[in-house]
Each structure stands twice: as C-alpha cells, then as structure tokens.
Design a binder for this molecule. Structure first.
Ligand SMILES: [Ca+2]
Ligand SMILES: [Ca+2]
Length: 129
C-alpha cells in the first residue's frame, strides 16, 4: 500500500504486508483511532493465515493499525487485530464509525466477507499514545 501526497502525487509512505497472498491492502481506511487529532491508517489483509495451537494453519484475516505521530507515520511494527473465524476474511472492509459513544475515541467497524458490514465486528481499541 502506497500513500501518495495529494498535491504532487509523490509517494509519502509505503506499507507492506508480512505474508504473501494475504491480500494486504484489500481494505484501507484513515481515521483517528486514539483521539490525538492525527489520522491513523488501517490496512486489512483478509486472507492472512494464522497458525493454531495445534500447528494447523487457518485463514482468519488481519487488520494492521499504523499510528500517525507528529513527525509522521509511525515507523516499525503496527498494532494488529486478528480475526477469530476461519475463512471469515476479517479485514475485507473497514469503516470509521466516528465517536458514537462520546468517549473521545473514534470507533471502527471491521467487516468480514459474506457477512457484509452489518455483521462485522465493532472494535474500539485502546492503544497506547
Ligand atoms: Ca491518531
Ligand atoms: Ca468512541
């Protein structure tokens, strides 16, 4: 996923997934999830595979959260949210819900394929500043 500068269309940031064929970048959303006034970046990888405790590999999907700091996008490892349902394609859609419960943090909704956004998972993560 490449973020371009709106004024001169030069690449500003480039984000890469950790797994081949995970469809990293299938859904992308920008929203301020930690209430610091800076928009953060969420990138879904709905075909992300995870190893279970038994050593089996299952396709669950994952969403990566890159926080924006005053100096720019956070370098290094993003926070991740991983789906719980096999073949649920968690991260196939991401939407900002705004601050519905007025706690100062924007909520977001992560959708799974086949369930549309209606049965997606509502997440309002508490991330360190
Ligand atoms: Ca933020
Ligand atoms: Ca909220």
């Amino acid at each position: 996923v490449t973020i371009l500068n709106g004024s001169d269309i030069r690449p500003l940031y480039n984000f890469s997934g950790e797994q081949m064929a995970a469809y990293f970048g299938y859904a992308v959303a920008a929203m301020d999830i930690n209430g610091d006034g800076l928009d953060d970046l969420l990138i879904g990888a709905p075909l992300f595979m995870e190893k279970t405790e038994g050593g089996r590999v299952q396709e669950v999907g994952r969403v990566y959260i890159y926080q924006q700091k005053t100096y720019g996008m956070e370098p290094g490892a993003p926070a991740v949210l991983t789906g719980h349902q096999e073949f649920g394609r968690f991260g196939s859609a991401i939407a900002s819900l705004g601050d519905l419960n007025q706690d100062g943090y924007n909520g977001m909704k992560v959708g799974s394929e086949g369930h549309g956004m209606g049965k997606g998972t509502g997440v309002s993560p508490d991330l360190p500043p």
